[in-house]
Ligand binder design. Sequence first.
Ligand SMILES: C[S@@+](CC[C@H](N)C(=O)[O-])C[C@H]1O[C@@H](n2cnc3c(N)ncnc32)[C@H](O)[C@@H]1O
Length: 173
Amino acid sequence: MGLPGAVDMDEALLLEGLVRASQAKLIVETGCGLSTYYLAKGLGVIGTPGKVYVFEKDVPKMAGVADALRGACLEAWCEFIPGDSVTNIRSLLDNGEVGEIELAFMDSDHHYEHVTRELAVIYQHLALNGIMIGHDATHDMRAGRAYRDFAHRHGLHIVIVPSKMGLALIGGG
Ligand SMILES: C[S@@+](CC[C@H](N)C(=O)[O-])C[C@H]1O[C@@H](n2cnc3c(N)ncnc32)[C@H](O)[C@@H]1O
């Protein structure tokens, strides 16, 4: 799963560690790949009944990632939802039956407007003390600016982890 735009190993291990440390059970990911494996592994290692809801518009890619997770016996911790992330996060969470997001990892379309829309829908469903993590915070200036502007507009804390592509950790407030 060494695809362009994917998290590198340090970022992947940090994601796994954040899942384990936070004990988050309801996790959202936008844009699947290597990151999906490590988010699911974080849940699998602690054996919680949690779930990573994976939003991805590239259906063949999603099928490949699902196969890899099956091969690693991690499929029980993931649910794959094909299509546009913003539309589908809304459909899944708006009726309140699934619960609130405890950890979100955003790595789909990096245009400023799309990142801002994703942040808005995720924040609307974010649990108290939930955390939003944005990839490419330093690698892609559009995404980085969207993370910073959103955090400032909503009075949230933002920390940029100086990883290879930059991870924005956003929460609190
Ligand atoms: C940079 S890659 C994700 C890499 C992955 N997080 C990893 O670490 O391997 C971006 C992904 O976002 C998906 N994507 C782009 N726009 C999207 C959208 N509007 N909704 C859902 N997925 C989208 C692309 O198909 C692509 O698979």
